[in-house]
Ligand binder design. Structure first.
Ligand code: GDP
Length: 306
């Protein structure tokens, strides 16, 4: 068992030696194709719903989305409002609104109704639709495409909008090849499958936020780094969560293995002989984040990123 501890310390040392920066150069190869397909579809789309996670309104946003959707009207939809730190997230909402975005925060877990989104979309498109009719064109439904990175809630949103299950929650579909429209109401229809885009990041903080809050698979970064980051963030911004979940009021920033020892003991992550099972402790912490057990947190800090 001692070996595991030594190994963990070695990993930590290696990372320290790299100057705290794990080099990240990760971008799925098929993204160029996915982007091209999405660009082709834009000609038939009226409005884009860009879905982001309220706990990381910066890290989960596709920075170069305009290169795909051009200047199409878009609605920025922040999901998981039930899990975020409302005060911090509100600051992000104001920030994006000041940049000219139309923004809506939603809790898709508890909130069934999407009337607010539908009404906002109709209002956004009213002039365009009136103009079409004035020019003698046939009236038609407003066409919507949902886009975003994996796990932000695109499929859940589609299912809520349509009022039944049409998109697979938790699935990772690409953009469908055929154009299948689903009716939302008399005035709106939706492309049946979301546009999945992957975040392109070379920034350490963005990568750690995405790994902590599930948008990218944790294998992209060493789990030890991700867990240390989570504990640091909780300690810095949400110490009450650290206390209520793990029974600790401080962390050992010099050697996080000591903190994992305490949490492991408290939470019974032991192997035979009473030693700590570090894999279990680290997975426990990661799963607490992933499954939304730790609530009231926003990891993107506006003062640090903008
Ligand atoms: P997609 O990959 O973007 O299509 O994301 P999904 O719709 O599959 O959602 C990913 C996970 O987030 C699922 O477990 C959803 O139940 C969950 N989820 C989506 N929206 C919300 C939300 O507003 N609140 C909470 N608590 N969970 C959500």
């Amino acid at each position: 068992m001692l070996n595991i501890k030594i190994n963990l310390k070695e990993v930590k040392q290696m990372n320290d030696n790299k100057g705290q920066n794990t080099t990240i150069n990760w971008y799925p190869g098929h993204m160029a194709k996915a982007k091209r397909i999405m660009k082709e579809k834009m000609s038939v789309i009226d409005v884009v719903y860009e879905v982001i996670d309220a706990r990381m309104p910066y890290s989960s946003k596709i920075q170069d989305i305009e290169s795909i959707i051009g200047n199409k009207p878009k609605l920025l939809i922040m999901t998981k409002m039930d899990l975020c730190d409302k005060k911090e997230t509100e600051r992000w909402i104001r920030y994006y609104e000041q940049l000219g975005y139309q923004v809506m925060g939603v809790d898709l877990e508890h909130q069934q109704s999407t009337t607010g989104i539908v009404k906002k979309t109709e209002a956004m498109m009213q002039d365009k639709m009136d103009d079409m009719i004035a020019r003698g064109m046939k009236s038609r439904r407003i066409r919507v495409l949902v886009v975003g990175i994996p796990n932000v809630g695109k499929s859940t949103l589609i299912n809520r909008l349509v009022g039944k299950k049409v998109a697979n929650v938790g699935n990772r579909p690409g953009v469908t090849k055929s154009l299948d429209w689903i009716r939302i109401n008399q005035r709106l229809e939706l492309l049946d499958s979301p546009g999945v885009l992957w975040p392109k990041f070379d920034d350490q903080t963005i990568a750690l936020n995405l790994a902590s809050l599930t948008a990218i698979k944790e294998e992209v970064l060493p789990i030890y780094d991700v867990v240390c980051y989570i504990l640091n963030m909780l300690y810095t911004y949400y110490p009450q969560e650290l206390e209520s979940r793990y029974g600790i009021t401080t962390i050992d920033e010099e050697d996080m293995v000591n903190t994992l020892d305490i949490i492991g003991k408290r939470r019974g992550c032991m192997i035979q002989g009473g030693e700590i099972d570090y894999d279990r402790v680290m997975n426990l912490i990661l799963n607490d984040m992933k499954s939304g057990l730790i609530k009231g947190i926003t990891f993107d800090r506006i003062e640090e990123l903008v």
